[in-house]
Write a protein that binds this ligand. Sequence first.
Ligand code: ADP
Ligand code: MG
Length: 400
Amino acid sequence: MGDFKTLDDLPQDLTGQRALVRVDLNLPMKDGRATDLTRARAVAPTILELSDRGAKVLLLAHYGRPKGERHSTLSLSEIVGELERVIDKEVMFIPEVEGPVVEQSVGILSAGDIGLLENTRFWPGEEANDADFAKAIAANGDFYVNDAFSAAHRAHATTEGLAHLLPSYAGRAMQKELEALDAALGNPTPPVAAVVGGAKVSTKLAVLENLSRRVQHLIIGGGMANTFLAANGVDVGKSLCEHDLTDTARAIMDAADEAGCTIHLPYDVVVAKEFAANPSSLRTCNVHEVAAEEMILDIGPQATEALGDVLKTCATLVWNGPLGAFETPPFDEATVALAKTAAALTQDGSLVSVAGGGDTVAALAHAGVTDDVTYVSTAGGAFLEWMEGKELPGVAALSA
Ligand code: ADP
Ligand code: MG
């Protein structure tokens, strides 16, 4: 991670300064109300701090996928009310992102006022990272703050282009995310354990390859463990398994071996003949005893306990992907148990634990440990690309 500036590098008094602030306000909406305010809450501290310090806060965000055209249903005017409720302040909606309407609106705003500009993706220049488009936006700002880590894997005008045109700073949410990710994988305290679970190897090949070079313990669970087991000659019955990727799985195991990374695969598993809640065919067995008509739907209790013991020897944990089909009980048991172990070790101060991924966030919430691990990233695609070891253009531009 390069060194980036934060809001601490700005003068304390920002009275009248125009801050162009990229945020993630892509709220899930239903009947005019947000069903989840996590994203708005995440960027509230940055918005409120800049406002308190006297800046005119101009928020830039995308919303949905309008593909370079105006869509009335994707206007950010839809979410102004939700944002106002979260920050408990009035927000002026500005129906453009550049040009005279923005300039006049900014003129009307007083120090500390907050304006929300229209959906940046209404303009094709956003996703094309068009230099003239970025310049036109930058004309209405004195400095740029990026608080949208979740969009940092995209080199768009408001996530990357602006950083080259104005003095640039990481917002508080971005700063927190980058510090957590750095502690987990950029510059972690060894030994480091990575848990990679989820459905398929094919969606996480790059993640597995990167981690096998960088961590001391690679714990593989979920459906993808079946592909690795199959590569080791285990008959996984009817389990979700990518048989065409067994060579790839072998190559990852060999590379890990060479890098001194221990791969942990389950030796007991929870199986059933049908995928349903609490099926009558449910049983726990050794991986070598899975019947032809059975599916592996979770890792077993012995493996889970052994993995807990691995975590006890580690200083750092990075986690993406549930260990089993956690949405359907009792196939949530291993994920919940290991999550609780990780949370307890974190609370004891012996483990730094960072997790991310859409279903992982849900699984940790289900286990009730969201607040007891060090950091949970809700950044989705950006988190995965970071797990793959890729440089994120939005982050790189802040550090340039
Ligand atoms: P994330 O969104 O956290 O990156 P993924 O999308 O890769 O995670 O994987 C989550 C999905 O994997 C969940 O829907 C879960 O039910 C599924 N899954 C986990 N283990 C198994 C398994 N053994 N068989 C089938 N599906 C599984
Ligand atoms: Mg998912």
